[in-house]
Design a protein around this ligand. Sequence first.
Ligand SMILES: Cc1cc2nc3c(=O)[nH]c(=O)nc-3n(C[C@H](O)[C@H](O)[C@H](O)COP(=O)(O)OP(=O)(O)OC[C@H]3O[C@@H](n4cnc5c(N)ncnc54)[C@H](O)[C@@H]3O)c2cc1C
Length: 588
Amino acid sequence: MGVPVRRFDAVIVGGGGAGLRAALQLSEAGLKTAVLSKVFPTRSHTVAAQGGISASLGNVQEDHWQWHMYDTVKGSDWLGDQDAIEFMCRTAPDAVVELEHFGMPFDRLENGKIYQRPFGGHTQHNGKTPVQRACAAADRTGHAMLHTLYQRNVRANTQFFVEWMALDLIRDAEGDVVGVTALEMETGEIYVLHAKAVLFATGGAGRIYAASTNAFINTGDGLGMCVRAGLPLEDMEFWQFHPTGVAGAGVLITEGVRGEGGILLNANGERFMERYAPNLKDLAPRDFVSRSMELEVLEGRGCGPHKDHVLLKLDHLGPDIINQRLPGIREIAIKFAGVDPIKEPIPVIPTCHYMMGGIPTNYRGEVVAPKGDDPEVRVNGFYAAGECACASVHGANRLGTNSLLDLVVFGKSAGDSMIKYIREEMPTWKDLPADAADRSLARVARLDGQTGGEEVADVRAAMQRTVQSRAGVFRNDANLKLGVDEIAQVADRARLLQIKDKSKVFNTARVEALELENLVEVAVATLVAAEARKESRGAHAHDDYPKRDDDNWMKHSLFFGSDRSLRYKPVHTKPLSVDYIPPKERTF
Ligand SMILES: Cc1cc2nc3c(=O)[nH]c(=O)nc-3n(C[C@H](O)[C@H](O)[C@H](O)COP(=O)(O)OP(=O)(O)OC[C@H]3O[C@@H](n4cnc5c(N)ncnc54)[C@H](O)[C@@H]3O)c2cc1C
């Protein structure tokens, strides 16, 4: 093979919240565990999470995991799998208390308990009244969580490979996963990491859109690797637009601002959410608030010289609350919008924020794919958790603060499943196939040797323009059809990427090109799956099919990259221990 090989019991690709929680489980069980990350782990995107992590601790008001489950199922517009949702909501209080015991510095109430704030779609009594369920460390919850998990991993002897980029998944003749190939970014050397089990925790892919709250490293690498390895992607038509990105900059202003009492205003100074969601108002779920904002703008009530945004007002909270609970938000508003929210409202627009779809998994973190008539057969040795995975707890629309929860709940359960697999099902090593590194070597050689092709920046811009304009907050048939054709052309262009200035920025440029290949796989999946879904559900708001259609479309899509085809599989309607929550109209 001619490529150096390193061996670990478990290889985790991704050093964000999900990867670190899984790694901790494995390292503490005494397994030799490697974590690969393109950036230093504490710079992973989890660090940017602001508002909180949800759990029905009931520290401020009465709360129960069953109410959390109801909100999550309703938030998902009945596309979420109810077994996985029950597992997550039932486990949430223990998961948060565990983080507290790990040393995570949560904000405190007067009585010393963890502080909880209201968030969009969090309610008591199945939708009746808002509840304070989001456990917060000021507006830097992800930062606090990531540092806590990193330190625990250092203590547990997890081995970190920092600035290493996984390139491809290695499957043997039976289709079992036996490792990954990876690029050491500093040297440009390619390695094979041979493992008994591999977990992907590579985060989101929000960079397929031009306006996104996501970091530049969120390039969907795990999804690209799956597509190249012949595995499907689930529910890729569902992308969450966060209502409050800073207009013109895209940087996120947490929903926690509205949780603390901030309100949205249109050009007439009207608190318009009272019209759209009389009960939850500004704290309705994100898909709902984003669409309401877009309608205000489309109907001429937008603010500013171009009437293209609305305003988020929080000056009435007073400087004490803003400085104590939302210091990072004040900093962002001053830096990116040029306004001090203690005195003036922040201009905001809906911005791409979160990928509800991803690598199909069950609630044990095992990756599943169709085989014959069975839509969910485990792929041996392969696990996924966090934003890159689709368990599916978020369905068609994620509730705020359920992602940080998803990371720790499914990171841990995937870690447990891997331990069981490694110890009980795979006591001896499986051989690497002879061609383990060939695909990656060929990809890199093609990029290095390509002449006369296109610049990465040009193709990336074309991809982002296409996705932004064809698969935005509101969608329609004609636009989506155009989008499918346009993205196919972008994918053709991406096969001819050229790295022009090899002498100066060779590996950076190489990494960007490799990342773009992954982004394009995600963008194609998004447009193909969105064009096919003829209904409106959660974040997929279709002008030509404005209603949810449970008879025909209460099912998950599975996208296959080899022929860009789709299959569908049923939603899991059976929770683990409680009654099924039947679909009903989603009003707030
Ligand atoms: C601004 C912002 C605020 C948010 N606030 C909240 C909030 O308050 N509450 C909440 O619940 N959710 C929030 N979210 C969502 C949540 O933060 C993310 O969904 C979550 O942190 C993703 O965690 P992750 O572990 O899956 O991935 P990430 O934290 O993104 O980590 C991905 C890891 O994978 C690595 N990686 C990727 N590709 C490769 C590769 N090819 N090779 C090696 N390593 C690779 C990266 O280096 C990184 O270490 C927010 C999101 C944003 C954008």
